[in-house]
Design a protein around this ligand. Structure first.
Ligand code: GLA
Length: 641
């Protein structure tokens, strides 16, 4: 597979070299429609519980039900935590006679049916009767993560080599039908270990325990990863989910940890996508996982969410002795519109921990209907300020101290895109205290502390919203990244499962150069010909963004090649489409040219597309800026602009 994959990549590369314009023109042609994945039930980030962080593979029915009972009794279900998800460890084997999966009934007694077969239906019925949903776990390869990496051995599948092939590979339709139509699950997490680590060099392949599957994913090399083959497998699962869930009530969670350039395509394939390797219950790992999602606001939208992994509130650096860290974890995941999936044995939870998980204000931020992932308004390795526009027009703001020292932090009206000469009301979500400031205000953050406020003031742009305030309305169809590169801006934490035996945490999640809100693609401030923009969209040329524009009458921006461009790659042309029809376009713009206004009335168009074209023969991507890009309520005539 790997060999075939490499050849197909070479063929694709050759084709691209031969006809760059044709390839580009196809990618950038307006479609007039929203092309993100709209299957499943994930208009809001999923909430629930998962067995992995609490029990790893030592999962059983009693433990699952015990946490489900606490979820109901404590009011967490009422707060929104409804999906009870079983992770790795539930499977005994695949029955090779008919290919049907067999459950480890010694761990899940209700699964043993009178006729000798096994079914999760009794358990999912029970969860449904409790007002909950049920989630299951599988792998896109032939084998699970436990089998691939040798963890959780006592609960790994048993039997012959073929019987131990419990993953979806070769059984996608059969397994999805079984899990959803027959067993009644509502949610699936699809891992990718079986297409990552089951090559001929795996010791358990060498000793004959498992069959080799040439890896499609090489985590350390995007060039050696067969992205089209990975996409094809996940797309097959998506199709099967649609087929076997006629009511569309399912959640599809992809778990390939930011590999295979999944950031650039998951939004067209599923509801959730893990942005990094596993979280672990310590501070460095929280930073790592947070960073893997924090600069990707434009890639998340209702239906498709960045997943920096499950919550670890309750354990290690986030346990009852470390409530500052636990509160930061919960606050940051809420701001990121991340799935809130509890990973704690809730029988051990105290009142304060349950109250944190159920914190009404934070859950409301996470579950806000606008679906805007927070955008970084201030970004350093020490302190970050995140701002998330809520559906009611107020803003959630989080001030995050990453360090182990206290920090003085200034919050400005400009960071909130609110005017500096009118009072801004702040409600502190931890104390419920109200305050007000004009212009700027300062706080002292304790080590690892995150303060969260709801801010309300007079908007800089009173008649509409900047696009960078509304990442939930944007789907990045093409971000102009031709050659995916690893993102170097992610905190490099010790991976606890390796400790310091390895060469350390090297960059390996692609996404460098992706589209950004209020930032140039490589992290610089937005700037055209020396003019800085506090707000806008930074992206590479050769890109197409889809923007839901219902409720707005006009688009406006000032555009040009961003000053962060390090080499001549222009000229570029900015094009604006409404429901597939060209509304406006810029001239061909060179680097160093003054920002050019680009605006049009939308005439009722519900979908705007923002295209930046490279010139004939201009095959290089350059950073470009949609400065002050905004949607406003009045057409030009009415507003007189
Ligand atoms: C992978 C996933 C984890 C968990 C384990 C199970 O590592 O990333 O979240 O599901 O597999 O083995």
């Amino acid at each position: 597979m790997m060999r075939a994959g490499r050849f197909s990549r070479v063929a694709a590369l050759l084709a691209a070299v031969a006809m760059p314009q044709a390839a580009q023109a196809d990618d950038l042609a307006p479609t007039g429609r929203w092309t993100a994945y709209e299957g499943g039930n994930a208009d809001l980030p999923p909430m629930g519980w998962n067995s992995w962080n609490a029990f790893y593979q030592d999962v059983d029915e009693e433990k699952v039900l015990a946490s489900a009972e606490v979820i109901v009794a404590s009011g967490l279900a009422q707060a929104g935590y409804r999906s009870i998800n079983i992770d790795d460890g539930w499977w005994l084997k695949r029955d090779t006679a008919d290919g049907r999966m067999v459950i480890r009934a010694d761990k899940f007694p209700s699964a043993a049916l009178a006729d000798g077969t096994t079914s999760f239906r009794p358990l999912t019925d029970r969860l449904h009767a409790m007002g909950l949903k049920a989630g299951i776990y599988s792998d896109i390869g032939r084998n699970s993560c436990g089998q691939t990496f040798g963890h959780g051995n006592p609960n790994n599948p048993q039997g012959t080599v073929a019987e131990r092939e419990v993953g979806l590979y070769g059984h996608i339709d059969q397994d999805i039908a079984l899990y959803f139509a027959d067993w009644g699950f509502d949610y699936i997490k699809v891992d990718g270990c079986g297409i990552r680590g089951m090559g001929a060099d795996n010791p358990n392949v060498q000793n004959g325990t498992y069959r080799a599957l040439d890896p499609l994913i090489d985590f350390n090399s995007i060039a050696r990863t067969d992205v089209p083959a990975v996409k094809a497998l996940f797309s097959e699962v998506g199709d099967a989910l649609l087929r076997h869930n006629p009511d569309g009530d399912f959640t599809y969670s992809l778990c390939i940890w930011g590999s295979a350039d999944v950031r650039s395509w998951f939004g067209s394939y599923g509801n959730l996508s893990r942005t990094s390797e596993d979280i672990a219950p310590y501070w460095g790992r929280l930073l790592h996982n947070f960073d893997s999602a924090a600069r990707r606001a434009l890639y998340a939208q209702p239906g498709n969410w960045n997943d920096p992994d499950m919550l670890f509130v309750g354990t290690g650096d986030f346990d009852a002795e470390h409530m500052t860290e636990a509160r930061s974890h919960m606050a940051l995941w809420s701001m990121l519109s991340a799935p809130l999936i509890i990973g704690f044995d809730l029988r051990q939870a105290n009142e304060e921990q349950l109250a944190l998980l159920g914190h009404q204000g934070l859950v409301a931020i996470n579950q806000d209907a606008a679906g805007n992932q927070a955008v970084l308004a201030y970004d350093t390795d020490e302190v970050q300020t995140l701002v998330k526009l809520l559906a009611d027009g107020t803003k959630a703001v989080a001030l995050f101290n990453r360090t182990a020292q206290p920090k003085e932090v200034t919050l400005t009206a400009e960071q909130l895109k609110l005017v500096a000469d009118a009072p801004i009301a702040l409600r502190n979500l931890w104390t419920d205290g109200q305050s007000s400031f004009t212009g700027e205000t300062a706080f002292t953050l304790a080590p690892h502390e995150t303060l969260v406020f709801i801010a309300d003031g007079r908007r800089e742009l009173e008649e509409g919203f900047y696009l960078s305030e509304m990442p939930g309305r944007i789907h990045v169809a093409h971000d102009g990244v031709d050659v995916p590169q690893f993102d170097p801006q992610i905190h490099r934490a010790i991976t606890p499962w390796q400790n310091t035996r390895s060469i350390g945490e090297r960059p390996r999640y692609t996404g460098w150069g992706g589209a950004r809100a209020d930032s140039a693609p490589y992290g610089q401030g937005l700037s055209i010909a020396g003019q800085a923009f506090a707000t806008g969209i930074g992206v590479l040329s050769g890109s197409r963004l889809e923007l839901r524009s219902e409720g707005f009458a006009r688009f406006s921006a000032v555009v040009g090649i961003d000053d962060s461009a390090t080499e001549a790659g222009g000229p570029v042309r900015f094009e604006l489409y409404g429901d597939g029809t060209l509304l406006a376009q810029s001239d061909w713009l060179e680097a160093g040219m003054a920002p050019a206004p680009l605006a049009a009335d939308l005439g009722g168009a519900r979908l705007v597309e923002l295209v930046v074209r490279r010139s004939e023969g201009g095959d290089r991507a350059v950073p470009v800026t949609w400065g002050e890009a905004a949607l406003t309520r009045q057409p030009a005539q009415a507003s007189g602009s």
